[in-house]
Design a protein around this ligand. Sequence first.
Ligand SMILES: Cc1cc2nc3c(=O)[nH]c(=O)nc-3n(C[C@H](O)[C@H](O)[C@H](O)COP(=O)(O)O)c2cc1C
Length: 209
Amino acid sequence: MYFDPKDGMRPPPFKHSVYNALVVPRPIGWISSISTDGVINLAPFSFFNALCGAPPCVMYCPNGFKTGTEEEKDSLTNVRETGEFVHNMCTVELLDAMNATSAHVPSSVDEMAAAGLHAVPCEKVKPPRIKESPIALECVVLQIVDLPAWDNTPPNTMVIGEVVGIHVDDNVIVDGMIDAREVKPLARLGYLDYAPILPEHVFSVPRPD
Ligand SMILES: Cc1cc2nc3c(=O)[nH]c(=O)nc-3n(C[C@H](O)[C@H](O)[C@H](O)COP(=O)(O)O)c2cc1C
């Protein structure tokens, strides 16, 4: 089948908006930020990725409003006001905590503590990282980009950050490399689906040249 997205993201026979299932698997940016009042915010974003390596840059997209409001998401307000965020790697073991942090809660709530996670201070930025996560990237905002929005739909935004500090749990370093078998990253698929990357899924392929 073929369809034009401007005609809607749910053409027959699809029962739900299909876009989230078209580009998979996606990594999950688990973004901690802090308000000017010092409240820790934490939320997952699967419109997230690494952009370049020298210097390392990442992006995530807080799209739409907080549910039931016309207010932008806290993960956007905080970085507009402070210019800093942290990406925490979400692993298979952290699935439930990650999912809990996608709830829409008042900005006065410390979402890291509410999810039963522990905050560890960062080296160069104010937002803390998650102790339970094996990899964390401290980031300063480079640019906040307004993405297109169709008529009468809420705004879409991309936050681009430069990574200024990197934390790696020594337990995931094996033979001088980060071992994905130890990290066990979690990937987002479409709808409410996820995929674990378990040791038996990982293999290496030599390059042709
Ligand atoms: C796995 C997962 C991925 C998500 N990805 C995004 C995303 O890329 N962009 C987005 O705006 N919301 C995404 N959400 C929803 C946000 O996490 C949710 O709106 C959250 O409450 C925002 O929190 P905040 O207001 O504290 O920033 C995702 C939720 C889940 C569970």
